[in-house]
Design a protein around this ligand. Structure first.
Ligand SMILES: Cc1cc2nc3c(=O)[nH]c(=O)nc-3n(C[C@H](O)[C@H](O)[C@H](O)COP(=O)(O)O)c2cc1C
Length: 336
């Protein structure tokens, strides 16, 4: 399969030509001719990226500076029929790389708030999936029927990983029905497989499930019910292979894989929960799920991770104070 390439375009006339070519096909979002023409004209003066596949332009994205530290994703469009296949993500990735290298600290984007129009709900979902977080809704900017949702994200890479780690939570609430694109599931699986493993034995294997019938069959096995509304699920499998002599690190291996996946799930704008106790207790729910998805006997299904967009905000669990669990230069020492 050929890859999407993203190029920076500098010629103003070519920028407008591409913007027109794409936006005129996207009438669900760019129906108003006057507004569309405005986007096309302005695109000629903006930082412009075009996506190409098999020699055909498939999408574009424009950036404009809105403050010394902030750049705005002014407009983007991807041809109908290839949404959810990674073109938008490739464009945003290129834009973020450019903006971070140019010294901007934040990227913002505006769209119509979720809950008003199905097409814009998908746009909101897309922006969250590429790292944007809700900043503010301004109801008056585009009129009452189109409340303007402003999203923002930090472009400082080193600041965002600790933030992400600190903000990850176990989510046990309801999920929205939005499907998780295969590309995101693949990214999550790749993150799991990238984890360290004792003696590099790679004892962990993973199965993503997004087939509705299969999910329904799995949900039936989970009693008491959890993760019943998740549109996708990752099943974590382990093989008890010794790393050396009689030392088996399979548990540590899959724990590392799970944490990598939980963080990647959070980074992509989804929620999850590490369900292990629930499915490996005496009632052996995990074994029954394993049968449904054809797992061979030498593997054990040890954990499920639901994946989806949360309907609610995950609660913050009580954690012991830092000073009761972590010290400096000696057990119980607070100072160096
Ligand atoms: C090995 C392991 C097994 C877990 N099993 C379950 C489970 O079966 N059900 C559940 O609701 N949460 C389960 N969790 C999630 C923990 O309850 C959760 O991580 C903990 O309460 C702290 O919350 P936090 O993840 O939001 O920091 C498990 C976590 C780990 C590490």
């Amino acid at each position: 399969m050929s890859m999407t390439a993203v190029r920076s375009i500098t010629d103003a006339a070519r920028k407008r030509e591409i913007a027109r070519e794409i936006l005129e096909t996207l009438t669900d979002w760019f129906e108003n001719v006057e507004a569309r023409e405005d986007y096309i004209q302005k695109s000629g003066e903006q930082v412009f990226f075009a996506a190409e596949k098999d020699g055909k332009t498939t999408g574009f994205l424009c950036l404009k500076e809105t403050g010394k530290s902030t750049v705005e994703l002014a407009v983007m469009g991807v041809l109908n029929g290839i949404h959810g296949q990674g073109t938008g993500k490739a464009l945003v990735r290129a834009a973020k790389e450019y903006a971070a290298a140019a010294g901007y600290a934040f990227m913002q984007v505006k769209t119509v708030q979720s809950g008003y129009y199905e097409d814009y709900d998908r746009t909101n979902w897309f922006y969250r999936s590429v790292g944007f977080q809700e900043l503010e809704v301004i109801p008056s900017l585009w009129g009452e029927e189109n409340p303007c949702q402003i999203y923002v994200q930090s472009l400082k890479k080193d600041a965002s990983l600790p933030d992400l780690i600190m903000s990850r939570r176990s989510y046990r609430g309801k999920y929205k029905p939005d499907r998780v694109p295969r590309q995101d599931l693949t990214t999550i699986l790749e993150a799991g497989l990238a984890a360290p493993s004792g003696c590099n034995k790679q004892t962990t294997s993973l199965i993503a499930v997004d087939d509705e019938a299969l999910l329904a069959a799995i949900r039936k096995e989970i009693d008491p019910p959890v993760a019943q509304t998740a549109p996708a699920m990752i099943c974590v499998l382990t093989r008890r292979i010794n790393a050396y002599r009689d030392r088996c690190f399979a548990t540590q291996d899959y724990a590392a894989a799970i944490e990598n996946m939980l963080l990647t799930i959070a980074a992509l704008g989804y929620q999850s929960c590490w369900y292990e106790g629930h499915i490996t207790d005496a009632d052996r729910i995990g074994d029954r799920i394993a049968k449904l998805i054809g797992v061979p006997d030498e593997y054990e299904l040890v954990c499920i991770l639901p994946v989806g967009i949360a309907e609610e905000t995950p609660p913050m669990p009580k954690k012991l104070p830092f000073g009761e669990r972590a010290w400096l230069n000696g057990f119980g020492k607070r100072e160096g």
